[in-house]
Design a protein around this ligand. Sequence first.
Ligand SMILES: Cc1cc2nc3c(=O)[nH]c(=O)nc-3n(C[C@H](O)[C@H](O)[C@H](O)COP(=O)(O)OP(=O)(O)OC[C@H]3O[C@@H](n4cnc5c(N)ncnc54)[C@H](O)[C@@H]3O)c2cc1C
Length: 509
Amino acid sequence: MPSLRVGIVGAGIGGLTAAIAISRSGCSVTILEQGVDIGEIGAGIQLHPNVSRQLIRWGVDKIIENDLIVPEELNTWDSGSELRLIGRTDPKQVAKQAGFPWWVVRRDHLYTGLAQAASEHGAKLIIQARVEHIDDTTTPIKVVTSSGQTYEFDLLVGADGLKSTVRQYLYPGIMPYAPNKLCAYRGVLPFSLIYKEIPEARLFVGNRLDTWVGPKGYVLTYPTCGGRELNVVTAAESKDYVTKMEDIEVEEFYGFYADFHPFIQKLLRLVKYTKRWPLLQTPRMPSWSNKAKNIIMIGDAVHAMQNHMAQGAGTAIEDGAFLGQVISEVARGVITIPEAVTLFEQRRMPKAWIKQQLSLQSGFMYTLTRPEDLKKRNQVGRFEVARWEYNPARPEQSHIEYRNWSVSRCIETAKSMWYYDAEGDADNAVLEYLMSRGEVDEFTQMSESLSRKWSSIVFGNGVDGSWVEPQVDYQHMKNSLYKANGKERDGIQEYGLHEEDYERFGKGL
Ligand SMILES: Cc1cc2nc3c(=O)[nH]c(=O)nc-3n(C[C@H](O)[C@H](O)[C@H](O)COP(=O)(O)OP(=O)(O)OC[C@H]3O[C@@H](n4cnc5c(N)ncnc54)[C@H](O)[C@@H]3O)c2cc1C
C-alpha cells in the first residue's frame, strides 16, 4: 500500500514544522506555499524550552547553530525616568530546570533551518502554489492552486496563517480580531550603529534580553544574527483598535514612549518605525477540522494570539509536533486519520485557548497604569532581583529561584507552558484513547490495543500505511536491514542502518 499523502497549505513556521514531524512518520508530505519564497526578513523571534526541545529533536539546532543565541540575562525594568530592575530570570537555570534552552534568533534564519530540516526529512515544498479551491466531498481531498494544478491528499493540514483559505472554506464567518487596543512595532538595528550613535548603550544592551516596561506600553530588546543585530519590538496602547497593518508618522510613534527612560528614547529614534502591526486573536472555534475529519488546521489560522508571551509560533510548532506524533500512529496502522484528528482537537484546542488567555494576561500586566497596581507588581519580583544584587557580605548567589511576576519571563509562573512536551502529550492522548477501548487480557492485564501500538513500532513501521502481521523474516533482515559496516570491535562485527533501509522500512520511530 502507498504511504499516506499529506498536503500542507502554507510554509510558515507552523507548516514547516508540521512537514518535518509528519515526514518523520513515513508519510509523503507536500507543502503548497503561495509566496515566491518562504520566510520573513527583519525581525527576531524567541524560542522557549517547549519549542527548543522540538528543534533539538529534529536537528534544526545543528543547521542554524551559529544563529541561535542564548541570552545571558533575562531582565525586566521599570522604565520611567529612572530605571529599576523589577524582574530577573537566569537563562542557565531555565535550561537546567526545563531541560532545554531559551533561544533568540532572526526569523529568516529559523525559516532556513526549518526548511532544510523539512527537505532532509523528505518533504516536498512547492512555491507559487496558492491554494484557491478545496473539495472534501469525496476522498481523497482535492486541492486546486492558482495555476490550475490539482493535488490529491488523504489528509490536508491548513497552516495558512491569519487569513487562512482553509478556515474560510470550512468556517467562512470566523475572522481574527483585535481583543484590545495594543499594537506592535518591530525591526532590527546593527549593534555597530547603536554603539556609534549612543556610546552609553553598552550599559543597556548586549547579549541579554530586556523588557523595558513603562506607561501603556513596553519595549523588548534582544540580540539576533549571531549577536550582530539588536531586535527591537515595542508594544503600545493605541487610541483605537488596530485591525490591519498601517503606516504612521514616525513622530507619533516616538510620542508613545515620551515618558520612557532617555536611553530607550534615543534607541527608538534610531529605529524610525513607520509601520504599525495589529495584534490579532482568532476567536474560539467550534472545531478546527471538517466533518470527515481529514482536514485539520493549525497555527495562526485557528489560534492567533497577542505576542506578549512570545508563544504564537511556539504554539504552531507544538501543533506540528503533536500532529506528527498522532499521524505516526496512523502510518503504523494503530489509529485512523479521523481518530488522530479528533485526538488532536481534544488536546490542542484547550491548550491553545489557555495560551491565548495567558498572552492577554501578560500584556495586561506589562501595561498596568494605576500606581497601587504598579507598586504591587514591581515588588513581587523583589526576591528574585535581590538574589542577583551584589552583596559584599554574601557574594555567592542563592541557587533557589523565586516566583517572578512576569508570566512571560519566569518559568515558575506558567509551568504547564514552559515544561510542555507536545510529542509526549500526543503519545499520552493515544495511549489513553486506546486503553479506553479493546480487550484486556484477564491474566496479564495487558490491553490488546496498547500491545498492538507498541508492537507496531517494529511490525508496522509506517511506510506502506498498513498493519503488518508480526512475522519476522530473519533472513531478509540479516540480508538487507542490517548490513555489516565493515568495522569490528573486540572481534565482534558491527552493524548499521543504511539510507535505503529508511526508505524501505520507514522512519516512523
Ligand atoms: C510583533 C510580533 C512578535 C512576535 N514574536 C513572537 C515570538 O517571539 N515567538 C513566537 O513564538 N511567536 C511570536 N509571534 C507570533 C508568530 O509570528 C506567529 O504566531 C507565527 O508566525 C504563525 O505561524 P503560522 O505558520 O501559523 O502562520 P504564518 O507565519 O502566517 O504562515 C502562513 C503561511 O501560509 C501561506 N499561505 C497563506 N494562504 C495561503 C494559500 N491560500 N495557499 C498557499 N499558501 C498560503 C503564507 O504565505 C505563509 O507563508 C509574534 C507576532 C508578532 C506580531
